[in-house]
Design a protein around this ligand. Structure first.
Ligand code: ARG
Length: 265
């Protein structure tokens, strides 16, 4: 009798071990095997209406821009495999907190609010300020000329979005309109639904390159001095060290400058 229960116990243990290995570990990264070598595919989350950092072209889900090119070069340098997931900007940090993503790369300002309490940011890869974008026929001369009957738009969860909501709370504007996509902000500006869009300067410049006949910047930059950085889940220093090392290498070997010239000239 004893021998039988021992054999049964061993069989159960083997089945359990097999089941466990077939399910794989936790975490958002999937395994990719190549000649038996297991390489975790890291999930990069972003919001892709933020050209020239990240955007998609009509009818194509492929994300293009400075950020994908920079991260691809870092991944190559550090032997990482990446896949990109496009989602709403205010879902990016929760995605890392809930293990639904490994890296944020989205022109995200690492100095803003309590972001650095929730995720770990890497070294700065771009510096920027906010600007006020208006229609080309607007009489506005800058953010200080905005009146309390006006509406300003920006993207939800961003520094611009926080600013328009703050201006509404302070009664400086009638409404701070926060929208999921930058493309919707530009549309509301052109439709006359809002009188201005608060946007990151390099992104507004990219929009003006294609729409200088219908829009313009007014006033100086807000001097909020944003520092864009990628971010990883809190405590993932191993991955963060790799990303920082890759960025340093790009800056050292000239790739960074080439990408800046490609996307911001
Ligand atoms: N730099 C601003 C921020 O950190 C806007 C970022 C928006 N990025 C995007 N991919 N939509 O809040």
């Amino acid at each position: 009798m004893k021998k039988k229960s021992l054999v049964l116990l061993l069989a159960l243990a083997m089945i359990f071990t097999f089941a466990l290995s077939a399910c794989g570990g936790g975490g958002s990264s999937e395994e990719s095997s190549d000649a038996g070598e297991e390489t975790a595919v890291l999930k990069v989350v972003t919001e892709a209406t933020f050209a020239p950092f990240e955007s998609t072209e009509d009818g194509d889900d492929t994300i293009i821009g400075f950020d994908p090119d920079m991260m691809a070069a870092i991944a190559e340098d550090q032997g990482l495999e990446l896949e990109w997931v496009n989602m709403e900007f205010d879902s990016l940090i929760p995605a890392l907190q809930s293990d639904q993503g490994d890296i944020i790369c989205a022109g995200m300002n690492k100095l803003a609010g309590d972001r650095a309490e929730k995720v770990d940011f890497g070294d700065t890869y771009f510096e920027s300020d906010l600007m006020l974008l208006v229609t080309s026929d607007s009489d506005l001369t800058g953010i200080d000329a905005v009146t309390s009957d006006m509406k300003l738009a920006s993207q939800i969860g961003t520094t611009g979005g926080d600013m328009v909501q703050e201006m509404q709370d302070e009664g400086k504007i009638a409404a701070g309109v926060v929208l999921n996509q930058w493309t919707d902000c530009y549309l509301q500006l052109q439709n006359g639904d809002v009188q201005g869009v608060i946007v990151d300067k390099p992104v507004g410049e990219a929009y003006l390159n294609a729409h200088s006949d219908i829009a313009k910047f007014v006033g100086d930059s807000f001097g909020d001095h944003e520092e864009f950085a990628f971010a990883v889940q809190k405590g993932n220093t191993e991955l963060l060290d790799k990303l920082n090392a890759g960025l340093a290498e790009l800056k050292e070997n000239g790739t960074y400058e080439e990408l800046v010239a490609k996307w911001f000239s």
